[in-house]
Design a binder for this molecule. Sequence first.
Ligand code: PEP
Ligand code: MG
Length: 545
Amino acid sequence: MMQFAGKSVCKGIALGPVRVWKKRKDPVERGVAQDTSAEIGKVLSACAQAKQQLQRLYGKALGEVGKEGAAILEAQRMILEDEAYLEAIRNKIRTEEVCATYAVAEAGEKISDMFSQMRDEEIRERAADVKDVSDRLIRILEGEGEDGLPKGSPAIIVARDLSPSQTVQMEKGKVLGIVTVRGSENSHVSILARMKNIPTLIGVPVDLAKIATGMEAAVDGFLGKVTFEPDETVRRQVKSRMEEEEKNRVLLGKLKGKPTVTPDGRYIRLCANIGCVGDLEGALENDADGIGLFRSEFLYLGRDSFPTEEEQFWAYKQAVQKMAGKEVVIRTMDIGADKQIGYLNLEKEENPAMGCRGIRICLKRPEIFKTQLRALLRAAVYGDLAVLYPMITSAEEVRQIFEIVRQAQGELDAAGIPYKCPRQGVMIETPAAVMVSGELAGLADFFSIGTNDLIQYTLAVDRQNERLADFYNPWHPAVWEMIRLVVKNAHACGKRVGICGELGADLRMTGAFIRMGVDELSVAPSMILPIRQAVRGYVPDLREV
Ligand code: PEP
Ligand code: MG
């Protein structure tokens, strides 16, 4: 039995087999083939598995991003049936007597390079697909699961670190828990784990070389403890805590359908934060009043090219339709900092959190922004959609955004495409935005305070830096003074103000937010009912700030 303490970023208990997730070794080693026919056989069987995976992903993508978005998976499946591609691999094995993995890596690289130099844009675009398909085959040949995630049975992921795009693809049912050696509480990996309600520990000092896939582990997100190969006593304790948890869940379930209102009659809008269409289920299941923050940038991660207007339109339309009349606030892409996308071809920055991020990219590359805006405006026809702009620092930026929105409207008008102009909100997550919130309140329809970044920029503490966790102080009076000012300025203009950063879900702060006059809290779906309980039982003696 091996036990470690870590920082819990999502409570809950998990018991099950471990899947150690390692990054694929790059470049692939040149292994010698003892039996070339056997190596060719391995490739063919990996192709069959890859086709099944792509078929499954196609079905899933159809439901999440529509036919056009899913088409990429169909194109990849066809590569696996392409004789020229297969023959290049077979030929490599036969003539150079190399192992299957090496042959796939080499042949894939060569074909992909060749495609990327073609004049025809369509062929050039296929280069990335060939690379993707080859990587998938290599993962299968190396015995790793789909996308590096557990294949088949649900498991606890143990990794050195994860990226936001890996985490966003995790399915609640397939990932029982997450344990990482690195990580910080306010990184997007932790936020996503909370959004998906997966018990997660970060900063666990475990030697990954001593942990094997298949080993049993118990993750206790309440106590911040993980036990590998737990003995009978630990297993019993964990199981009884799981039963307790279940009872608690049933009790909280009784709050579904009840209003989030304080005993003295103040109504608080209680919404959910989501990262993809798949997360809507959790929001509905937990009886959210709406979606307070849809982090649309996750549609852009984990792929090789921008999502098209149609793909985005489909995702946003799904969101508003599924929420059936409840408001869905979609934040325009907040790419940058820890959420990087290679195909944007941004220059490497010394300090990405203060670099080309969020609205700055949109203002510098209006054509990318306009594609998203057109998709949003079109989707607004199908339900109650509002747009939220991240990383704002001035009223001038908001005016520039409004001008681009007008251009997007003009384009849709010219093409005769139906649309609706949604409400437009501003995220208050920079000290500059706080200081000019009086002016911003005159322009925006509503405010949403992003406390994760507001703390980072106010205290000059990188939210990603695990070594600075002690300095990332959510109770700092400067932060609370700022929230107070923003609420005052919003209300002076008759605008509503919500909290969509992680502080909104901190039960120790619910009372303080109510006292300050915050109108809305938007939190991970699993925190909706606990917050509702806190609001309904609100007594004004909670911690003063
Ligand atoms: C925030 O900064 O509080 C926020 C909600 O946005 P993100 O965490 O995605 O930066
Ligand atoms: Mg932010």
